[in-house]
Design a protein around this ligand. Sequence first.
Ligand code: FMN
Length: 275
Amino acid sequence: MAENNNQQGFFGSILSLPNDNPKKTIIVAALLCLVCSILVSTSAVVLKPLQIANKEADIKKNILAVTGLLTEDGDVNALFEQFEVKVVDLETGAYADIDAATYDQGKAAGDPEQSIELSAEQDIAGIGRRAKLASLYLLKDGDEISQVVLPIHGYGLWSTLYGFIAFESDFNTIKGLQFYAHAETPGLGGEVDNPKWRQQWQGKKAFNDNGELKIEVVRGHVDFKVAGAEHQVDGLSGATLTSRGVSNLVNYWLGDHGFGPYLKQMNAGMDKAEK
Ligand SMILES: Cc1cc2nc3c(=O)[nH]c(=O)nc-3n(C[C@H](O)[C@H](O)[C@H](O)COP(=O)(O)O)c2cc1C
């Protein structure tokens, strides 16, 4: 019998035990766990580069969409080549001399060395802290900048909304606004993705003639008879809190603690160039 067990080997001897044997139950369960964990970790490792590539492609697609350059059959990577990626120091508004292609603003925002903590008064977007350096995307027509795309994010009602806002060459007229990630309620706050609502942002002016930041999402509808309508967008009905969140996050990122210093410098440069 002992000789027979040796011939069967360890697994054979386990499998030949009756199914209600506790030793067999424990060993089979442990082997099953081992096989499953190897399968799960292998697929996680193998699929990771694909996930990263898909995420990058989605970001590029959204940048193209917010500038109006996304076409149904266009190659996203090829179309995205039109953009020049830059990194800006938010405090000074000057371009930073680092490799923009590899800079990860999201990662930097979580690193105390590369980010700053926002006071309650500053933090109207509900983000806690922000990276010192921010990425942006320039679309050029020859040497002239024709559009600039800025990444923005902030809290709505249930979630942080991540998106982009694009400006025309005056660094004041909005070309588009688009969110690529959020968890607001579909049909309520989720209407931030409604093309009709997004369309309203096109042509709005972020700053008034005195350079003051005026853009806002109003409660209800914009009254075009009243001065200031060029800075206003309709609120989302039944989603006042998400609407307020969007208004706040746009104001944060275009304000003095966000891209404000950069936009003002670029806008002043445009004025001089035109004179
Ligand atoms: C299930 C559920 C989901 C909701 N989702 C949202 C949402 O995504 N965004 C939002 O602003 N309000 C949402 N609300 C409504 C808010 O609780 C709040 O009533 C609303 O923002 C007030 O907007 P109103 O003054 O336009 O009605 C939701 C309410 C319920 C019951």
